[in-house]
Design a protein around this ligand. Structure first.
Ligand code: S3P
Length: 176
C-alpha cells in the first residue's frame, strides 16, 4: 500500500564553511538514510576534482555540470544531500530543490564561516590565492547576493552557535 508514501529527501544549503557536509553526515547516521555530498558525487562521476573542473571548464562549465549532477542525486528515493555553496544560486536550482526535497538553510555569521574555512582542509577554488582579509570581504560580498537564494529554503537552522560540530544532534522534528 503506497498511500501516503513520500520519499524522504533532505537537501542542505548554505555558504562554504556552514557545515553542510558535517551536518549531513550526522543526519544520515541519525535517520539511517544515505548521504551524498554533491561535490564528492561530481568528483566521482567525472573522475575530476572540483578544482580540475574549474581549471579546465571555468566556473560556467562547473555550474552546468553541478546542475546535471544535482538532478541525478535529487531523484534518489531516500537521501540526504549537502550541495555546494553556489548550487542554489544558479539556474532554477533552488526552485527545483524545493520541489524535490525538504530544503534546509544552514545559516551562519560571516565570522563563523571564516573561522570554519580557516580550519577546513577542503580546496575551495573560489578562495585560492586570497589573503585572509580578502577572504573576509569576499564572504560578506558573496553572502549579500547569495543569501536571498538560501533564504528560499523551506527551513532555516542557525548554526552560528553550534560550535562543536561533532556533537550536533539534530532531530527530524526540528527540520520537518
Ligand atoms: C562553491 C562551493 C564549494 C564547491 C565549489 C564552489 C561555491 O562547495 O561547490 O568550490 O560557489 O560556494 P562547499 O560549499 O561544499 O565548499
Amino acid at each position: 500500500n503506497k498511500e501516503g508514501y513520500r520519499p524522504l529527501r533532505i537537501i542542505l544549503v548554505g555558504y562554504m564553511g556552514a557545515g553542510k557536509t558535517t551536518v549531513g553526515k550526522a543526519l544520515s547516521k541519525e535517520l539511517g538514510i544515505p548521504f551524498y555530498d554533491l561535490d564528492w558525487y561530481i568528483e566521482s562521476r567525472m573522475r575530476r576534482t572540483v578544482k580540475q573542473i574549474f581549471d579546465e571548464r571555468g566556473e560556467d562549465g562547473f555550474r552546468k555540470m553541478e546542475q546535471a549532477m544535482l538532478h541525478e542525486v535529487a531523484e534518489f528515493e531516500h537521501v540526504i544531500i549537502s550541495c555546494g555553496g553556489g548550487t542554489p544560486c544558479f539556474f532554477d536550482n533552488m526552485d527545483y530543490m524545493n520541489r524535490q526535497a525538504e530544503t534546509v538553510y544552514l545559516k551562519a555569521e560571516p565570522d563563523v564561516l571564516f573561522r570554519h574555512l580557516q580550519m577546513g582542509r577542503s580546496v575551495r577554488p573560489l578562495l585560492l590565492g586570497k589573503t585572509p582579509d580578502e577572504i573576509r570581504s569576499f564572504i560578506r560580498e558573496q553572502l549579500e547576493w547569495r543569501e536571498p537564494f538560501y533564504a528560499r529554503a523551506r527551513h532555516t537552522l542557525d548554526v552560528s552557535l553550534m560550535d562543536n560540530y561533532e556533537k550536533i544532534q539534530i532531530s527530524v522534528d526540528q527540520l520537518c
